[in-house]
Write a protein that binds this ligand. Structure first.
Ligand code: SF4
Length: 470
């Protein structure tokens, strides 16, 4: 985004504070455009004026240009399952945040029999993993044409389209791609890939069917020239694939190409390469070796490029040792560093506690909270768990930063009325908050026991320390 302050946006707005956008004032709306929680076109008076008057139209177009993300945003799919890729503003997450998580597509191919295709699709659709208060899921399918038969490919694409997830269509033969688009273009698949050899046919397909397209070339000058050609022909939704090579110097070269593309786009402002980047960890299956080796490298390649700077990826393996770490890494890279992931403070009852069961306290940093809850739950410990509002900061940092204090603990005890639910006055605090033991005792009048540093050791700690010796 070229603008850096709400005032620069405000000057383009009607400045009537009419509230049609849902915000109290034009200035407030401008701030929300800046942090990307509102869209310019949400200002209906601005859009209406642009429809009637050419000067207003120019003004709107200028504002759209100034507020467009540094990396173009591309939508794959339609409706509620559509995903956005790209749209990034910065090279490093801590400079602002990353906006659109790397999209994960899992391959199916048309030489598989229909039963196996369904099995694979079912696995993708049904996969979900609970992590830090959210379900992590897989995004869509990459449907590969291995038969080179347009009819069979179209049949399989139609079948996979029935699962309602976004798709990447992978066919170098334009005839096969055309047959597939005939049955699913309205679902807005991403077509893969226009190369030096077939770009004319793919350009026509992208224009005729109005679908996003991947351009693929290892030579970055060629890739840029393809992008310029497609853009000047009227294709707006472009994704760049600088070719993923899986091992050694090849992998190093891939890394350098990806970095160069993103640096050129964001640091040099080169709009000709400011598009989402496709990386294909599935390339690991070209390595010599057994399936474990290949899938291991698939996870490694994915890990490297989730961090830098893949916007979409194509996978083969659906094994847990590939899916879980990649999903978890993606989740962590794409959380917003400006707002820590947190849960509501208050009192939680773990495993139906009785009045004799222990009272423990932790912070509302989501990762800490869910780890503690999970450790207590799986160890079958009954407990009253107080969740302190530390503004989503973990135990050690919140103690150091004055967010976890004796007076806040006292307030929480009072608010939750925990004293009315238990017969004792013992509070177990995390080992990392040990230094607060005395001050919490003084402030609350409760006896404070210092628990383990790691909630994974709570079971052993309870065996030795609960119930407390009088
Ligand atoms: Fe201002 Fe437009 Fe919002 Fe009205 S709709 S308050 S003019 S930004």
């Amino acid at each position: 985004m070229k603008v850096k302050s709400p005032l620069e946006i405000y000057n383009f707005l009607p400045r009537t504070n009419c509230k049609e956008c849902g915000y109290e004032t034009c200035m407030s709306f401008a701030s929300h455009i800046l942090d990307r929680s509102a869209k310019v076109t949400d200002c209906k008076p601005l859009v209406r004026d642009a429809e009637k008057d050419s000067k207003a139209k120019e003004k709107l177009e200028k504002l759209l240009e100034l507020t467009a993300p540094e990396i173009a945003e591309v939508v794959i799919g339609v409706g509620s399952s559509a995903i956005k890729i790209g749209g990034e503003e910065v090279l490093h997450r801590h400079e602002l945040t990353f906006f659109n998580p790397t999209a994960f597509f899992y391959d199916v191919w048309d030489s598989l029999d229909d039963k196996k295709i369904d099995e694979r699709c079912d696995r993708v659709v049904s996969y979900k993993k609970f992590y830090v208060g959210k379900y992590l899921t897989l995004d869509g399918f990459a449907v590969r044409c291995t038969s080179n038969d347009p009819k069979r490919y179209a049949e399989v694409v139609k079948k996979v389209a029935g699962y309602g997830k976004p798709m990447v269509l992978i066919a170098l033969n334009p005839e096969c791609m055309k047959a597939a688009l005939d049955v699913c273009a309205e679902q807005r698949p991403l077509i893969y890939a226009a190369t030096e050899g077939n770009w004319k046919e793919f350009l026509k397909l992208a224009l005729d069917y109005k679908v996003p397209v991947v351009l693929r070339a290892k030579d970055l000058n060629l890739l840029k020239s393809l992008a310029v050609t497609f853009k000047s022909a009227g294709v707006k939704d472009i994704v760049l694939d600088p070719v993923t090579e899986p091992l050694g110097e090849g992998l190093q070269g891939t890394f350098e190409r990806v970095i160069q593309l993103r640096r050129k786009a964001i640091l040099d402002g080169d709009k000709d390469v400011a598009y989402p980047i496709m990386v294909t960890p599935i390339a690991a299956w070209l390595i010599e070796g057994d399936e474990v080796t290949k899938s291991y490298w698939e996870a490694v390649i994915a890990g490297i490029f989730i961090v830098k700077y893949a916007d979409a990826m194509i996978f083969h393996s659906l094994d847990q040792h590939v899916v879980m770490p990649t999903l978890t890494l993606r989740f962590n890279i794409y959380t917003d560093p400006r707002t820590p992931v947190q849960v509501a403070p208050g009192l939680r009852e773990i495993n139906n506690p009785t009045p004799d069961d222990p009272v423990m306290i932790t912070t509302n940093f989501a990762l800490t909270y869910y780890t503690v809850e999970n450790d207590l739950g799986s160890a079958k410990i009954r407990a009253w768990l107080l969740v302190l509002n530390t503004e989503g900061i973990c135990v050690e940092a919140s103690v150091a930063g004055g967010k976890f204090t004796a007076s806040k603990v006292k307030e929480l005890i009072n608010e939750t009325k925990i004293a009315e639910k238990v017969k004792h006055r013992y509070l177990i605090i995390p080992g990392l908050a040990a230094r607060l033991q005395g001050s919490i005792e003084d402030e609350t009048g409760w006896k404070v026991l210092v628990g383990p540093i790691d909630s994974g050791r709570i079971k052993g700690w309870m065996e030795k320390n609960w119930p407390p010796k009088k």
